[in-house]
Structures are given as C-alpha cells and as structure tokens.
Design a protein around this ligand. Structure first.
Ligand SMILES: C[S@@+](CC[C@H](N)C(=O)[O-])C[C@H]1O[C@@H](n2cnc3c(N)ncnc32)[C@H](O)[C@@H]1O
Length: 216
C-alpha cells in the first residue's frame, strides 16, 4: 500500500507544476539534513560526479520534471545528449515544457525494464527515486546494464540512521509514505561486487550520494 501511495503522488497532475520550485527544495532540504549549501550546488556537483563533457550520452533515470536532465544537457552540448526517462505522464509533460533543451530528450520508461541496449550510455544518474520503486535493485541492475564499460554512475537515495534505536521509528514513519530506507553499504557493496572503482559516498542528513566508475 505504501509504495502505491508514493507512486500515485508522483503521477498526480497537481504535483508536477510545483515539484521543482517548492516540493523538491523543501523536502530535499529536510532530507539532506537542512544543508542549504548542498541543495543549492546539487546539480553542479552531480555534473562533476558524472564527469560529463561535451559529446557524452547521459541517462537520467526517473527524471521527474527534468531539473537534472537539463543541467546534464547543458554539460554535454553541443554534440551530446541527455535522456530523461520517467513513468509519470505529468512529470514528463512538465519536463518537456519547463526543462526543454536542444540536447535533451524526455522518454517514457520503467526504471526496472529500461528501453535501451546494453552499454548505451557514457553516464547514468538516478536521484530521489530508488527509495520509492518497489524493486529498487532491479532498477539499479538496469542502470549497470545500460552503462558502458568505464562509464560513470551516480545515485542519490535514502540512508537509514546509524543509530539502532532510531531505525524502527524511522522505518515506521517513512514506511507510511512508502519510502524505503537503505543500509549505508547496500549500493556501495553491490558496486564493489560488480567491479566498479573510484566509489565515493557522501552522506547528507538521511540522503546518501554514491558515484562510481564501471569496470573497463
Ligand atoms: C521524487 S521524483 C525525483 C525526480 C528527480 N530525479 C529529482 O531528483 O528531483 C521521483 C520520480 O521517480 C519516478 N518513478 C518512480 N518509479 C519509477 C519507475 N519504475 N520508472 C521510472 N520512473 C519512476 C516518478 O514518476 C517521479 O517522477
């Protein structure tokens, strides 16, 4: 029931128009432990983490209204392309109107069954979505599949509290909304096991930012 509630909210036509300017900054700010500086620099930091340069082909999984996709399009222009993929019609419609860019394309697709061939992208990103996807590791595996050897991956998701006493409360509160909390090692461990290198992890509040390089 929980994940259905969160997923339904993302498809609600009333959320898409206020997502970028109100919902994302407010919830993101709280989620990141009220770190305004990090929130302000999030897009630039992500472009850097993905090591985007002109000519790159980059995928933004669960792009919402395209706030990161457009930043990626600017970084890969004039010859590259940023593809934003999402399952919400209203979010994609908003992306196409407010975050249009000549080097950005927005497509409908399921993160757990991505409509792209293997090794297709130089870089793959997924922010603020793995915690609401019912099978997040299927989505994660798909991100690894479509990323080319030597490419960069970056993700932002939740991280459960390091304090054992807080965890049940946290899971209960967030469980109502359908948001899942991940162990701090859940993604870094999988990347390590898959042979990824240059793995970095930054924690801000209950958010974890992970980036890594695919094996060559
Ligand atoms: C909280 S928004 C994140 C948007 C953007 N990435 C950001 O960082 O602000 C979560 C997005 O994930 C999308 N989403 C959820 N499940 C998905 C799935 N299985 N495949 C593709 N997109 C999905 C939702 O439609 C929504 O637009």
């Amino acid at each position: 029931m929980g994940d259905r509630w969160a997923q339904r909210l993302m498809r609600n036509p009333f959320l898409a128009p206020v997502y970028e300017k109100a919902y994302r900054p407010l919830l993101g700010w709280a989620f990141m432990g009220f770190d305004l500086d990090h929130l302000r620099n999030e897009r630039a930091l992500t472009v850097r983490a993905l090591r985007l340069t002109p000519g790159h082909l980059v995928l933004d999984v669960a792009c919402g209204p395209g706030l990161f996709t457009r930043a990626f399009a600017r970084a890969v222009a004039p010859a590259g392309l940023a593809v934003g993929m999402d399952m919400s019609g209203p979010m994609l419609e908003r992306a196409r109107t407010t975050n249009a860019h000549e080097r950005a394309r927005y497509v409908f697709g399921d993160a757990t069954d991505q409509p792209f061939p293997d090794d297709a992208f130089d870089a793959v990103n997924c922010y603020a979505a793995l915690y609401l996807i019912p099978d997040p590791f299927a989505a994660f595996d798909e991100m690894l599949r479509v990323l080319r050897p030597g490419g960069r991956i970056s993700l932002m998701t939740s991280r459960e509290s390091p304090y054992r006493l807080v965890r049940p409360v946290q899971s209960r509160v967030l469980g109502v909304t359908g948001l899942r909390m991940f162990d701090a090692d859940e993604f870094t461990g999988r990347l390590r096991a898959a042979g990824f290198t240059e793995i970095t992890q930054e924690i801000h509040g209950v958010a974890q930012y992970v980036a890594a390089t695919a094996p060559a």
